[in-house]
Design a protein around this ligand. Structure first.
Ligand SMILES: C[S@@+](CC[C@H](N)C(=O)[O-])C[C@H]1O[C@@H](n2cnc3c(N)ncnc32)[C@H](O)[C@@H]1O
Length: 234
């Protein structure tokens, strides 16, 4: 799976420029609310503590930052990194009451931070959108402290045949739902295609290992509709 860096980042930026106003609503509709449960699962596996330094890459409208912050009594330091200025603005405005959050307009391939900075690196429904996954994973490894931990929540491959058939049928109607809610099919056609083309659980695990992480493992959510991968910087 290789993309011309500029082409993919332009396409992805265009996708999120179409959806930013209704992004949260569409997430609830499309996932039938499941994304909330998956994100809670992610936070309970991360188990962030007070004073931890957390980087939330592809932060979008800030769901993960908000949950991590709540889990730590708003006493962790969370850096939200997001390349789409409209998505970033929605998150920043929505969470302006949280003064432990910092918002940075940048991308996963090139993080403007020193090495060994963060205790946790989190990327939720973001890694599928990056143009260069190897570069992004190497950056994740670089900015984590030794002993720091990487977490990735992403759509994956359904492991039950019957559920997979139902899921594939459901996926076909998502662009039409997108047309009704955001007035455009394109972003949701991209969503379905990008999920389809993305790595399965085991291939993503190998990628994470190849880019320097140790003790990499994953957990399926809803039978593999999504999965959480994690690994350590030793
Ligand atoms: C599906 S949203 C996920 C938002 C949020 N993390 C969540 O779980 O709801 C994906 C986000 O990835 C961002 N993104 C796209 N390309 C990126 C890149 N190269 N580096 C970092 N983020 C990227 C998009 O702008 C978008 O806001």
């Amino acid at each position: 799976m290789s993309f011309l860096y500029d082409d993919k980042s332009k396409l992805v930026n265009k996708v999120f420029n179409h959806v930013y106003e209704n992004y949260d609503l569409m997430n609830d509709i499309m996932s039938l609310g499941s994304h909330r449960i998956w994100k809670k699962n992610l936070i309970s596996w991360i188990a962030p503590k007070r004073y931890d330094k957390i980087i939330d890459v592809a932060s979008g409208t800030g769901d993960i930052a908000k949950l991590c912050s709540a889990e730590t009594n708003n006493e962790s330091k969370i850096t939200c990194v997001e390349p789409n200025s409209k998505m970033l603005s929605i998150g920043k405005n929505k969470l302006s009451h949280l003064n432990n959050l910092t918002w940075v307009l940048s991308n996963a391939e090139s993080l403007p931070f020193k090495k060994n900075t963060f205790d946790f690196y989190v990327i939720s429904f973001g890694i599928r959108n990056v143009s260069n996954i190897n570069k992004s994973l190497k950056e994740a490894h670089r900015v984590l402290k030794p002993g720091g931990r990487f977490f990735c929540l992403e759509f994956s491959k359904v492991e039950n045949e019957i559920l997979n058939k139902i899921y594939k049928q459901y996926s076909k109607i998502i662009p039409s739902i997108g047309k009704i809610i955001v007035g455009n099919r394109m972003p949701y056609k991209y969503l379905i295609e990008s999920i389809d083309k993305f790595y399965d659980q085991r291939d993503l695990l190998k990628k994470i290992e190849k880019n320097g992480f140790s003790h990499v493992e994953y957990r399926n959510l809803t039978n593999g509709v999504a999965a959480i991968h994690t690994g350590w910087k030793i």
